[in-house]
Design a protein around this ligand. Structure first.
Ligand SMILES: [Zn+2]
Ligand SMILES: [Zn+2]
Length: 244
């Protein structure tokens, strides 16, 4: 979730609507306070709870036409169409967040990732991409915070019990970023303003937290504790962007 003031943007909803309601409660929030649900792509781990949550609370769903085409008929009236490189602004004045959608190579219909800006800070989100493209580098440079996929360790994936087709899917150009690819991105972009780096979409079978963290530590030369992992079960607390 990305928030500013009373603007709350939920990005994807892979959990059931009930589970998300419970998790919102921990932050003293109710679903009707959500400004919108943004959907990156139609894979189950990103949309499972979207339909019920949006329908029950009449929340707008922002998604590309390709992604929206995979959503149920009965929520199509809630869909607002996202187009790559066409920014849109959500929330009331003073709490506005502008969203910049950009394309990623992933085996979905029209996957999009996002950069969020409030006029002062830039927060970048990148998950579910098989490789890094110039468009991705350009979008994510000079962010104040980054949520970045480091899905697997290439060696662990190669040796894992996954069947070959799945190894090829996950490790392929339309699959998921491995630790090294995530680190390479960090080396290429401007990370000098980075206040937070949260690693996400970490495979439970083909990666470990320390391998993922280590490769990013090496890439940006930061302290280990600077980087955190977004774990599915625990989630994580608010991170704040501040100017010193
Ligand atoms: Zn995913
Ligand atoms: Zn995916």
């Amino acid at each position: 979730m990305v928030a500013k003031g009373d603007t709350y943007l939920l990005i994807d909803c892979g959990f059931s609507a009930r589970e998300i309601e419970k998790r919102l409660q921990k932050f003293d929030l109710i679903p009707s306070q959500l400004t919108a649900i943004l959907v990156t792509h139609e894979h189950g781990d990103h949309i499972n709870g979207v339909r019920v949550l949006a329908k029950k609370h009449q929340l707008p769903i922002w998604a590309t036409a390709g992604t929206a085409g995979s959503l149920a008929e009965d929520v199509q009236d809630l869909v607002q169409t996202v187009q790559y490189h066409m920014p849109f602004t959500l929330g009331e004045q003073a709490d506005e967040i502008t969203v910049y959608p950009f394309p990623v190579p992933h085996d979905a219909r029209e996957p999009s990732q996002f950069v969020f800006e409030d006029g002062e800070y830039r927060l970048g989100l990148l998950t579910d991409t098989g490789m890094i493209t110039p468009v991705i580098e350009q979008a994510l440079t000079a962010c104040d915070a980054l949520l970045l996929e480091a899905n697997h360790d290439a060696d662990m994936l190669a040796q894992s019990v996954y069947p070959d087709f799945l190894k090829q899917r996950v490790g392929g150009q339309y699959g998921h970023l491995n630790n090294k690819q995530a680190a390479n991105l960090l080396e290429k972009i401007d990370t000098s303003q980075l206040q937070h780096l949260v690693i996400m979409h970490v495979s439970e079978k083909n990666n470990t937290a320390s391998l993922a963290i280590d490769s990013c530590v090496e890439a940006i030369g930061c302290d280990q504790h600077f980087i955190s992992i977004a774990a599915q079960n625990e989630g994580f607390d608010w991170r704040y962007l501040i100017r010193e």
